[in-house]
Design a protein around this ligand. Structure first.
Ligand code: ADP
Ligand code: TRP
Length: 322
């Protein structure tokens, strides 16, 4: 079974786009018995400067993942900063990384264009990400398309180190989740923390109901047939949270005319709320048992560290630090 690794940055509350696009597939992959998942708190330093928020988001992600089915018996789950060797490895590989490679990173250019940075953290972000991946002899990294270039850079960096100092790192394969649908947000763009258009996985019922009931629809009357029902945002979201036949029935009724938008949105809210109900119960249990959550992360870090230390021994020896 190839080793699977992925990280998620604690930069906000997780939403249903994260769930269907990243968490659900990752949780399925844990059954292979070689899954490494971590909370990328070092990465969050490059954007977020509020310590309290970082702590809260990190804890939130731990709760969300465990509540949604990450099983610490099957997958290794840890907080990045509990395995500090990753920052040492970042220096080893960063010393060989051409600045031209980093200057070409889309995410870096996008951030500069938005007026964020420029800081060393933002510039060196892909090197830290490469260190995350190489430290654990990773074979495949399931991520969204936006991370494709970072993976190519990881491969380039690994190959360069291997050519310079001899075979040291496993060169990871590309595994871009092309087939994962992009979940639209409440304004029809991709759902994203940065667009303020999210439906969180967990949160207050009243607030979330209001968010869904406030989705803007057009002004056609209830009775009017709507031949474009398949493009309706509430119908699209329904397909993720309701059984296929239920979603198809809502769509057919909207198409034929007679189903009002507010009934459609009420339906969407109910199915969304029920979909996550068992996870919500588990999340509440975990929130009342934070010592357990902390222990999972610490035990995970210990296991991850044992694997990472072997790679570090190899890397230090290869480049003559030992
Ligand atoms: P955000 O855009 O909200 O900041 P991240 O960039 O932190 O999300 O993404 C974390 C993971 O969730 C990535 O693997 C990404 O591909 C996935 N993801 C995020 N938003 C969506 C979406 N709307 N649809 C599908 N997958 C998504
Ligand atoms: N950069 C990734 C993101 O923003 C998060 C991440 C950090 C990551 N290190 C990683 C993903 C290593 C995969 C592997 O989504």
């Amino acid at each position: 079974m190839p080793r699977v690794l992925t990280g998620i940055t604690p930069s906000g509350a997780l939403h249903i786009g994260n769930y269907f696009g990243a968490m659900q597939p990752a949780i399925e992959l844990q059954d292979g018995g070689n899954a490494f998942y971590f909370i990328a708190d070092y990465h969050s330093l490059a954007g977020l400067t509020n310590a309290k928020e970082r702590r809260a988001y990190t804890q939130g992600i731990a709760l969300d993942w465990l509540a949604c089915g990450l099983d610490p018996e099957k997958a290794i789950f840890w907080r990045q900063s509990d395995v500090p060797e990753v920052s040492e490895l970042m220096w080893l590989i960063g010393s060989l990384t051409p600045t031209g490679l980093l200057e070409r990173a889309h995410s870096y250019k996008d951030k500069l264009a938005k007026g964020i940075g420029p800081s060393f953290g933002i510039f060196a972000y892909p090197v830290l990400m490469a260190a995350d991946i190489l430290l654990f002899d990773t074979n495949v990294v399931p991520v969204g398309k936006d991370q494709k270039q970072h993976l190519e850079m990881t491969r380039d960096i690994a190959i360069k180190f291997n050519l310079t100092y001899g075979e040291t790192f496993v060169v990871p394969e590309e595994y871009i989740l092309e087939e994962v649908a992009v979940i639209p947000g409440l304004d029809g763009q991709k759902m994203s923390k940065s667009y303020g258009n999210t439906v969180e996985i967990f949160g207050d019922e009243k607030t979330l109901r209001k968010k869904i009931m406030n989705i803007v629809m057009d002004s056609r009357t209830r009775q009017e047939p709507k031949p474009d029902a398949g493009k309706n945002l509430a119908v699209q979201l329904m397909k993720f949270v309701a059984p296929a036949e239920v979603a198809a029935d809502f769509e057919a009724r909207l198409r034929a005319g007679g189903l009002g938008y507010s009934d459609l949105k009420k339906g969407l809210f109910e199915y969304y709320w029920d979909f996550f109900a068992p996870y919500r119960a588990r999340c509440a249990e975990l929130a009342a048992n934070l010592d357990y959550v902390e222990k999972v992360l610490r035990d995970g870090a210990e296991k991850a560290r044992a694997v990472g230390n072997k790679t570090m021994d190899r890397a230090r020896l290869a480049c003559g630090l030992r």
